[in-house]
Ligand binder design. Structure first.
Ligand SMILES: NC(=O)c1ccc[n+]([C@@H]2O[C@H](COP(=O)([O-])OP(=O)(O)OC[C@H]3O[C@@H](n4cnc5c(N)ncnc54)[C@H](O)[C@@H]3O)[C@@H](O)[C@H]2O)c1
Length: 281
């Protein structure tokens, strides 16, 4: 169901790689809700991925950019404004990558060059996007910028590695820049802390399937899907959330407030037998 929540709004969506990507779902929903927007990803991702299909579906274009390159971002943002015929109302930063995670290098024997790349791609790129947009005055008053985060910024999760540090930095950038951009132009900046989700980036996390089972048992509302995350992004891009800024917003079915649930505890109770008719409560 669509509500025309983004009718007349212009945006820029980073990070749609394939149908599983959270950014892909956000693009589909933004299109349904009446927005026009450009898509962006790295030239490599564009060659590997299926983002052209998404562009056709959303009647838009894909502009290549490495989000760690200020020069690329300058071209991307000015081209987006030109293509869309006006300043932006929303930006989605849905970008993450850790060479250490990808190469299986553990946190206590980390490669520092890789570590810097993780921080640059997954966190500093958010600052770069905001700084370039502000210098070009490319975001309308009351515009909304959202980046995607994970609870590993606050709590330690096995094997999440240097991405935890990147997410902590990402969330801090949302606060620091949210103060400046809010004061100046009423632009709001938030992060959404999403449940573990099976995507290309998500699958890079060791033991993701087990983690998803655990968080599903722990969360009273269950894990949030990529589609549900997209709904939340749309709400934050809309005019219904104009005074929400500088927040890290958990979108995780309640997981982040839990200590232990019965469903998770049952996993450790050797005498526990699930009732096949009623399921596990
Ligand atoms: N999947 C999960 O479990 C989960 C949970 C919480 C938060 N997140 C976050 O959601 C965001 C989107 O990830 P996803 O799960 O949809 O996976 P995904 O693999 O579909 O998306 C990650 C995107 O980052 C892009 N990217 C990597 N390096 C880039 C660069 N230098 N410049 C521009 N783009 C670059 C990739 O091409 C890809 O499109 C990430 O920030 C991720 O950390 C994911």
């Amino acid at each position: 169901m669509s509500y025309n929540l983004l009718k007349g709004k212009r945006g820029l969506i980073f990070g749609a790689l394939n149908e599983m990507s959270i950014a892909w779902k956000v693009a589909e929903k933004a299109h349904e809700e009446g927005a026009i927007f450009t898509l962006s990803n790295t030239p490599v991702a564009m060659r590997l991925g299926e983002v052209d299909q998404l562009a056709t579906k959303c009647a838009t274009i894909v502009i290549p950019a490495d989000a760690t390159s200020v020069a690329d971002l300058e071209k991307l943002i000015s081209k987006s404004v030109e293509h869309l015929g006006g300043k932006l109302d929303f930006i989605l930063h849905s970008i993450g990558m850790s060479p250490n995670v990808r190469k299986g290098i553990p946190y206590d024997d980390i490669n520092y060059e890789n570590f810097l790349k993780t921080l640059d791609i997954s966190a500093l790129s958010f600052h770069k996007v905001l700084q370039v947009a502000r210098k070009q005055d490319a975001i309308n008053e009351w515009g909304s910028v959202v980046a995607l985060s994970y609870v590993a910024a606050q709590r330690t999760l096995d094997s999440y590695n240097d991405m935890a540090d990147a997410k902590a930095l990402l969330e801090s950038i949302a606060r620091s820049f949210g103060y400046i951009y809010g004061n100046e132009k009423n632009v709001r900046i938030n992060t959404i802390s999403q449940s573990p989700t099976i995507t290309t980036a998500g699958s890079g996390v060791k033991g993701i399937e087990t983690l998803i089972d655990f968080t599903e048992r722990m969360s009273p509302l269950g894990n949030a899907t990529a589609e549900e995350c997209a709904d939340y992004c749309i709400a934050l891009f809309s005019d219904l959330t104009r005074k929400v800024t500088m927040q890290n917003l958990f979108h995780d079915g309640g997981f982040s407030s839990m200590g232990m649930s019965k469903k998770a505890l049952n996993q450790y109770d050797k005498s526990f037998k699930p009732c096949p008719e009623k399921g596990e409560k």
